[in-house]
Design a binder for this molecule. Structure first.
Ligand code: ADP
Length: 645
């Protein structure tokens, strides 16, 4: 026997064994004892009761192998794996080979001997492998993902259990290359063939969704992904996965259906609002129109009531327009224009439109635009105008003394783009810091007293915020209570080649006595509206004719001379758009005739439609007398008449 030290140093993982069957004594290689954690002095290598070293669950297997070996008279080799118990209780696994080397007369082994090899490290690897495999199986079962592979050299096809489950084929099913195509719905087969062919020919992986009919006749959605493998430029293997995505698809469809219903509900709400606001605007037109008329020559005791009436009606109209506008923006029904305009001109127009309000409160209203701001930029002047107007009107409304500034600065510019900083500041009541976010929500005002004291809808800033978001920007506010507020934002524009004539419907300065004697055709089906317009035209000593619908308008325009046509849009028989198109076709002179749309609609796309139909401009209903006067005089002076093809 080798000495202890030497044995301890041996790294041998294999050795001999010998079993004297009759004596039931086993002699083992000392390395095995070391392997089991024993010192050679602790345990004699001739083991009397060797069974106690074998894990109980292996005893039967050892006995069975022994019996087989005996029965076959040594023909069946004695090869088996045995689990042993270590000194510290852990497990060691060995692979035993051996045979009976001496038999007695009864054909029973007297001595058996052989060798062993330590397989514990493999067992641990195998355990880990089994664990990973188990995990993979469970994961694929949970995710309903099945694997497959096609060996293109042997045409052998393998499907995992989950793939079989997805196709609902029996476990015994043997797939071949055309198996998936057999289950894929007829209309999807060409798609599958195309991607598989491409994967083989071009080496491209694929990932597609397919509808299949399972072996049990159930239709379901699957996701099929595949990938080719090449050796020496030749595709030798395709492998991939099938995933059952039926539930996902159903959820997606339900979601889409819900989304569709939501969109429909939003569209219906918008339609309802459009109809309602139109219905409300028509009588409002009359209320505001007649109030204006009465205010021109009021009875002293009624001035106050009339002013309240006018203020309330205008506020109501503002609310209607704001609600409609907000809902349009909310429903994504607003397309931004991208046309050339001049920021200076836009700010000047806003200033002149707001000047009157500022004057009433003795406030200075200044515009400061830095010299580097380009003359012409591309964007949506109407919406930008709406944003600056909202902020300026608020600044004036919430300021009692001091000034309101509209500032525009160049932040940075490249050859083709410019980023501008816009700011509207005031010296007004200010906003508490905890309300900075709140005021941008719809129908929210900083204080409950606001409506009573200042009016308003609480929608202006919500609209402003959304419009800026649509333009890829954000609105910010700085404010100190009692000292003033500042609203500011940045916008990036493309530079435009040259300044185009101003197109936004901003008020135009009025010139005196230009309208007298000019002849106008009023095309309007609502008698109250006609009455209101007539009263003003009479005051301005103008002549006029009335047509109740588009058809009559075309007839009248062809039979008579008019300097200008005021055209309502929604009318029976023929609407304002078709009437304009027909009138423009009458003669060269009719192509130059100013036609102004009378519209209660404030939205941007309406203005586009109006210009497209060949009208020159929109006049908002109900109109402010001064605005109508200014617009009429603008179009009734020769230099401003446009030519229409
Ligand atoms: P509205 O002006 O119709 O009330 P807005 O959405 O335009 O609605 O503004 C919301 C609220 O924000 C206002 O009611 C007011 O309380 C506050 N606010 C807006 N601008 C200013 C300002 N320049 N100074 C003080 N408060 C302001």
């Amino acid at each position: 026997m080798a000495d202890t030290v030497n044995i301890n140093e041996r790294k041998t993982q294999a050795g001999y064994w010998e079993w004297e069957v009759g004596k039931d004594e086993v002699t083992v290689d000392p390395s095995l004892l070391i392997l089991l954690g024993y010192n050679i002095n602790e345990l004699n290598n001739s083991l009397q009761s060797w069974q106690r070293l074998i894990r109980p669950d292996y005893i039967d297997a050892v006995c069975q192998k022994y019996n087989e070996h005996v029965i076959s008279k040594g023909a069946d080799p004695f090869v088996l794996e045995v689990g042993l118990i270590n000194k510290n209780g852990a497990g060691t696994y060995i692979l035993i080979t051996g045979k009976a080397v001496k038999w007695n007369e009864q054909n029973k082994p007297v001595i058996m001997s052989g060798s062993y090899v330590n397989v514990t490290p493999f067992k641990e690897g195998e355990k880990e492998l089994r664990h990973v495999k188990d995990l993979l199986t469970k994961t694929s079962q949970t995710a309903l993902v099945g694997g497959w592979e096609i060996d293109l050299t042997t045409n052998k096809v393998i499907w995992t259990q989950v793939t079989k489950n997805i196709f609902e084929v029996p476990d015994s099913y043997v797939p071949d290359r055309s198996s998936p195509a057999r289950f894929v719905k007829a209309e999807n087969r060409a798609k599958l063939k195309k991607v598989v062919d491409r994967a083989i020919n071009e080496g491209k992986p694929y990932d597609i969704e397919l509808k299949i009919v399972t072996a049990k006749g159930k239709e379901k959605w699957t996701r099929a992904a595949g990938q080719p493998e090449f050796v020496d430029g030749k595709c030798v293997r395709l492998f991939g996965a099938f995933q059952d995505i039926d539930r996902l698809k159903l959820n997606e469809e339900a979601l889409m259906q819900k989304n569709g219903q939501l969109q429909k509900a939003i569209a219906e709400k918008l339609d309802f609002l459009s109809v309602m606001s139109h219905e409300i605007r028509t009588p409002m037109n009359a209320v505001i129109g007649f109030t204006n008329l009465l205010l021109q020559n009021p009875r002293a005791d009624q001035v106050e009531y009339l002013n309240v009436l006018k203020y309330s009606a205008e506020n109501l109209l503002l609310l209607i327009n704001d609600i409609l506008d907000f809902n349009k923006i909310d429903a994504g029904k607003i397309d931004l224009e991208n046309i050339a305009f001049d920021v200076r001109e836009l700010c000047k127009n806003i200033q002149s439109a707001q000047q009157q309000e500022a004057d009433k409160k003795d406030l200075a209203l200044n515009i400061n635009i830095d010299n580097k701001v380009p003359l012409s930029i591309k964007g949506d002047p109407m919406r930008l105008g709406q944003i600056i107007t909202n902020l300026t009107a608020n600044a004036i409304k919430f300021t009692t003394a001091g000034k309101v500034d509209i500032n525009v600065k160049t932040v940075r510019q490249t050859a083709h783009t410019v980023t501008l900083y816009f700011e509207v500041t005031d010296t007004g009541i200010g906003i508490p810091e905890d309300k900075f976010n709140y005021i941008f929500e719809k129908f929210s005002q900083a204080s409950i007293e606001t409506t009573r004291k200042y009016g308003g809808t609480g929608l202006g800033l919500a609209i402003t915020k959304r419009l800026l978001e649509m333009m890829g920007s954000n609105i910010n506010v700085k404010s100190v209570e009692g000292r003033g507020s500042s609203f500011f934002f940045e916008l990036k524009f493309k530079k435009a080649a040259a300044t185009l004539p101003q197109t936004a419907s901003a008020p135009i300065a009025a010139k005196a006595n230009e309208l007298a004697g000019k002849k106008i055709l009023i095309v309007e089906d609502n008698p109250i509206n006609v009455l209101v317009i007539k009263k003003f035209l009479q005051q301005w000593a103008m002549e006029f004719d009335v047509a109740q619908n588009g058809l009559i308008a075309v007839e009248k325009a062809s039979a008579n001379y008019y300097d200008l046509i005021l055209m309502d849009l929604q009318m029976p028989e023929m609407d304002g758009f078709d009437a304009t198109i027909a009138i423009r076709k009458l003669s060269a002179q009719h192509r130059q005739l100013p036609i102004l749309a009378l519209t209660a609609s404030v939205v941007a796309d309406m203005r586009e439609k109006i210009l497209e139909a060949g009208m020159n401009e929109c006049v908002a209903k109900p109109f402010k007398p001064a605005d109508l006067y200014a617009t009429l005089s603008h179009y009734l002076t020769d230099s401003n008449i446009g030519i229409h093809a």
